[in-house]
Design a protein around this ligand. Sequence first.
Ligand code: ADP
Length: 165
Amino acid sequence: MKVAICPGSFDPMTLGHLNIVRRTAAIFDSVVVLVMVNANKSSPMFTIDERVDMIKRVTARFDNVRVETYDGLLAEYAKRFEHAVIVKGLRAGTDFENEFQMAQINKTITPQLETMFLTSSEKYTFLSSSVVRELAGYGADLTEFVPREIIDEVLAKAQGGAVNG
Ligand code: ADP
C-alpha cells in the first residue's frame, strides 16, 4: 500500500492545502495529513488539537485521508511505513529553495524516503496560512481562501472571540 504524507503546520488549513490533499488522495491509496509540532514556530494561532479537529472536518469527505500529529523529525516518522512518500505543494517562487533543502536532508536521514511535489493550483499559488491569519485579523471575507467548514472558526479566533459549536 502506497502511503502519502502531507506534512505542514496548517495554522490554519487553507484552500491551497486542501487542493494538495485532494489531489494526493486521488493518486495514493492512503494519505496522512501530518500536523507537525514545530518548536520553531512561536505563537501559533491555533493549538495542535484545534488544527487537527479542523482538518478532520474539512477532509471528512475523503475515505483515504487521516490526520495525525508528530513532534519529531518527519524523516523519522516516515520510517514507520514500508512505502511512504512525502507529498508537498510547491508555490510560485517562495517554496523551492526551502523544499529542495528539506527533501535532501530527509533523504540523507532516511535514504528510501522520496519527496514528490505537486505544483500549486494557479488560484492558490500566493495563498498561505500567514496571509489567511492577516486577512482574518481584519475580518475579511475568507470564502476564496479557507475551506467553508472552518471560516467562522478562523474569523472568531482572529477577532479574539470564542467559537460556537
Ligand atoms: P510551512 O511548512 O511553511 O509551515 P504550511 O504548513 O502552511 O507551510 O504548508 C505545508 C505544505 O503545504 C507545504 O508543502 C506548502 O508548500 C504547502 N502549501 C501551503 N500553501 C499552499 C498553497 N497555497 N498551494 C499549494 N501548496 C501549499
